[in-house]
Write a protein that binds this ligand. Structure first.
Ligand code: ADQ
Length: 415
């Protein structure tokens, strides 16, 4: 049989409310991650590494910085054969300007008609992981199902954040039931503390997808892939399960083979950043058999100056991006994004600094996420005193991470 024509659709319109304030001015897929990446780079790299070069990225919510990133990285590099930026739905008027992910596909059906694919791979843009979608497509074709949903085990405490899959006990590759974000999920028979959840990645027979989003558009529905489209296939007995554990990506190691993180909350985002920096990383960015692609910034290399016993310029257990100057500053357990300036006698510990953050002399940053262009002024501190940070109006997460929004200046007396 001839190789099927595959079109990849990336759902990149997520609002990411629980990542506020990082999503105040950008869509969740555009949130910077791991120093030089944006979240969407992981999904797009997986698609390109799977040798699927026909890709449509569906944007919607606050898509400006996402569009710019994609144009700079993915479009200009010509890595994708057919990157298309459809008219964002926000240009529609009236109360329907923001509808669910199935509506985003419905609005773009003309792209499917142009491409005439046999198979459509639909993936989210908010996760950090490696996956070879061609293995899932093969399993989909072998199963004869109309829809295949990728599944992974997660703690039962998170069940209400995901679509929960019940596999058929007689045929574990068939999905017997699917409930979107249930509050009363039951644990797995062999592991009562876990449930099997949808990763938000789907393989469809193209004609079945078109039919499904067309008829959903006529219904009084939320027009949501997980809430409406997937359950409809499951009810008709047309949905198969693809267990992520079967996926084997070149160059993976025993630690990161099954790594998949939904960085939906600030704490999860912080932890996933930190997963990159341990000596044997929980998620290995240095796997050159399955590279994570991102934009070339044209910035100079990172530089470390002023190392003396009194004034130490060093970084350990950290990621330091291009264009950063660590000048007489000490950095531990942190991710520093491009263009950072860390000045003398300052100290940055267990933190994530987004692009172009300035930490002036004698300033201290601890267990904090500083968004783009934040300035911590001379002698000021952030993340050392939870009550003070709350009084300054900053978000402090349940696990004690302080988040400073884009462009803020933190002074010694900014209470
Ligand atoms: P959620 O992530 O809560 O659950 P949703 O908010 O629809 O679902 O986001 C899914 C993807 O679609 C994300 O990549 C998001 O950016 C994008 N998206 C959302 N609305 C969009 C729109 N209108 N236009 C374009 N893109 C849009 C989903 C599934 C669950 C599954 C989890 C896994 O519904 O079943 O368990 O993902 O994280």
């Amino acid at each position: 049989m001839a190789a099927p024509r595959v079109l990849a659709v990336v759902l990149a319109g997520g609002e990411g409310k629980r990542l506020m304030p990082l999503t105040a001015e950008r869509a969740k897929p555009a949130v910077p991650f791991g120093g030089i990446y944006r979240l969407i780079d992981f999904a797009l790299s997986n698609i390109v590494n799977s040798h699927y070069l026909h890709v449509v990225v569906l944007t919607q919510y606050k898509s400006h910085s996402l569009d710019r990133h994609i144009a700079k990285t993915w479009d200009m590099s010509r890595m994708l054969g057919n990157y298309v930026a459809p008219v964002p739905a926000q240009q529609r008027m009236g109360k329907n300007w923001y509808l669910g992910s199935a509506d985003a596909i419905y609005q773009s059906l003309n792209l499917l008609a142009d491409e005439r694919p046999d198979i459509v791979v639909v993936v989210g843009a908010d996760h950090v992981y490696r996956m070879d979608f061609s293995q899932m497509v093969k399993a989909h074709i072998d199963s004869g199902a109309r829809l295949t949903v990728a599944g992974i085990r997660q703690p039962i405490s998170l069940a209400d954040q995901f679509g929960v899959i019940e596999a058929d006990p007689d045929d574990p590759r068939r999905i017997k039931a699917f409930r979107e974000k249930p509050t009363d999920a039951v644990g797995l028979a062999d592991s009562p503390d876990e449930v099997l959840v949808s990763m938000g990645n789907y393989v469809f027979d193209a004609d079945a997808l078109v039919e499904a989003v067309r008829s959903d558009a006529l219904e009084d529905s939320r027009h949501d892939m997980g809430g409406d489209i997937v359950p409809a296939f499951v009810e008709r007995g047309e949905a198969a399960l693809y267990d992520f554990i079967e996926n084997d990506v070149p160059g993976s190691n025993d630690r990161d083979r099954d790594y998949w993180r939904d960085v939906g909350s600030i704490d999860a985002y912080y932890e996933a950043n930190r997963d990159l920096i341990s000596v044997v990383p929980v998620f290995n960015l240095y796997n050159d058999e399955w590279p994570v692609f991102t934009g070339y910034t044209g910035l100079p290399p990172a530089k470390f100056v002023h190392a003396s016993p009194e004034r130490i310029g060093l970084a350990v257990d950290s990621i330091i991006s291009p264009g950063v100057v660590v000048s007489g500053s000490e950095v531990h357990g942190s991710v520093i994004s491009p263009g950072g300036r860390l000045n003398s006698w300052s100290r940055v510990t267990d933190s994530v600094l987004l692009d172009d953050v300035i930490v002036q002399r004698r300033a201290q940053v601890n267990r904090a996420i500083l968004d783009k262009n934040v300035v911590v002024e001379e002698g000021a501190s952030i993340g050392l005193n939870r009550e003070l940070d709350l009084a300054r109006g900053f978000t402090v997460t349940p696990s004690g991470i302080t988040v400073v929004p884009k462009g803020m200046r933190i002074g010694v007396d900014s209470v």
